[in-house]
Design a protein around this ligand. Sequence first.
Ligand SMILES: *[C@@H]1O[C@H](CO)[C@@H](O)[C@H](O)[C@H]1NC(C)=O
Ligand SMILES: *[C@@H]1O[C@H](CO)[C@@H](O)[C@H](O)[C@H]1NC(C)=O
Ligand SMILES: *[C@@H]1O[C@H](CO)[C@@H](O)[C@H](O)[C@H]1NC(C)=O
Ligand SMILES: *[C@@H]1O[C@H](CO)[C@@H](O)[C@H](O)[C@H]1NC(C)=O
Length: 551
Amino acid sequence: MKSITVLLLIFGYISASQAAVSLTVDGLKATLKNKHVELNFNANAQIITAKVDGTSLQARGASSFYLDWNNNGQGYFHPSSIHIVEQTADRVHFYWLQKNIQKVFRIELHYIMEAGLNGVYSYAKYTNDKTYNLTLAETRTVYRFDASIMSQGTNQQRSGILPTTKELNQCTTIQDNTWKFPNGTYYTKYDYVAYLRQTNYQGVYGNGFGAFIISPSREYHGGGPLKQDLTVHQECLITNYFVSSHFGTPPTVAAPGWNHIYGPWLIYFPTGNNNAIMSSVVKQVTTEQSRWPYAFVKDDEYPRTRGQVSGKVHGQKSATVVLWSSLDEDFDKQQLGYLYSAETDSTGYYIITNVRPGTYRIAAYPTAGSGSDSLAESRVTLAAGAREHVALTLNEPKNIIWSLGQANRLSNEFKYSDQPRNYKWATLLPVNLNFTIGSSDPKQDWYYAQPPGHWSIKYQDTADGKGRILRVALAAVSRKPHLQVFVNGHRVGNIYYGNDQSVYRSAMNSGTYYSNVFNVSAAQVVSGENSVSIYMTLGQIMYDVISLQRG
Ligand SMILES: *[C@@H]1O[C@H](CO)[C@@H](O)[C@H](O)[C@H]1NC(C)=O
Ligand SMILES: *[C@@H]1O[C@H](CO)[C@@H](O)[C@H](O)[C@H]1NC(C)=O
Ligand SMILES: *[C@@H]1O[C@H](CO)[C@@H](O)[C@H](O)[C@H]1NC(C)=O
Ligand SMILES: *[C@@H]1O[C@H](CO)[C@@H](O)[C@H](O)[C@H]1NC(C)=O
């Protein structure tokens, strides 16, 4: 009995010392290491070497693990001090601090390494410590690895071989980060854009190694449920955007005193063959979700006691529910707060868990039917650990005569909308088009986007002395579209939009959403064939749904 105890003690001691995590700080330089991973950082918190099981994975001659921002020009994180939060054999937690730079946020960039894990956690805390508003067009962290080791990329929605800079240098440049290969196919970094709030991991892998960003929660990003952003791209690069103005979201404007925690995320280094790497990543996502909110973050801006909001959305078959804390911002444009979303199930029920205590706006929008202008909204205040119920009602418009697509803020019922993002699809759109209700097929005969040109919908109707309500909901507006909408030759709509930069950057389903509801007078309705025509002279748009209702 006694000898067993001694043996156990010795065994315990040996395994603890082998697995221990260590931090060495030299001025502003730091080395963080455990049994599998060794990270050497320079004084700007950028990586010098990143080794996994003794193999160097860092990109050669390129900056990596950097934090930067764009605000009419690129700026890089420039810390002035380093602070250790926790240092034991099991866990090291430290951060670099940047402050007192004109027109730039106070930023803490944290790293947390645990003894047994093939990876390192990171998060950033931004504070406006100035007396004036601070702005950001975008901010992110960027990780570059050795493209000769890891040539595959994935963002969960899409996987493939990422081209190298050398390959792209032999191609024709078409536009911003978009190339045409000698065989006529296109590649753009926007091919690997994803809906962030539906993405738990993005990474690169190959030859026995992988490097992934695992995001168990996306509560801290700017933008709404359909926020899209870059994830991985050419030359073995992983981007981790906190906020950006890509695909139609506005810049961040933060008032004095504002602060926000972006993250934590896990930078995970699985090893093995490609299948082993991918199953390890999927498993790790579940582990990280079960650890969220992380106990190692001890900050008032990251409350650990969370609540939940659930309830029913009545009146509509399916809906998206959005819960957001920045009360002065619309959810799809929000940049300053925390945002959650959920889909209703077949009974209309939704549940959002792990919600920070606070006061929220809560809204539901339809993901079925024709009520493209429907939006139900309420407010809810959640105490730490509380469970609140919020019921919302979305009414489906009655007397719909026909509908092309369904209200869901996406162009996903139309031709090419199911294709992987690529520049080529926008080059295949017809300039002029006739669609006949009843005989044409939305999936074949109507396209996910319209370029300048004349698209018409023909349908049978009867002059019955009543007007009509025509809904033309747009899922995206790119390059400043100008649309004129005609019913039987009468102009019922004339609208101009800005540029959400989505259609020409390979978005296939959405950009910025706009609802339009036009009145058609009784005198404009004819018996027999009628037509709705959309004539565009400038820009590109995506359609969500077009429908006609008896008034
Ligand atoms: C075209 O060339 C690129 C770059 O070499 C390659 O990745 C792609 O698979 C090729 N596509 C076809 C259809 O041949
Ligand atoms: C400062 O930012 C806040 C939003 O955070 C905004 O309401 C206010 O108008 C801004 N003030 C100026 C002077 O831009
Ligand atoms: C659409 O139909 C109109 C007649 O209603 C015709 O003049 C036009 O050429 C047709 N356009 C296309 C692209 O078929
Ligand atoms: C459309 O008609 C309704 C009902 O007559 C009216 O309340 C509304 O203001 C009209 N909208 C427009 C854009 O003319």
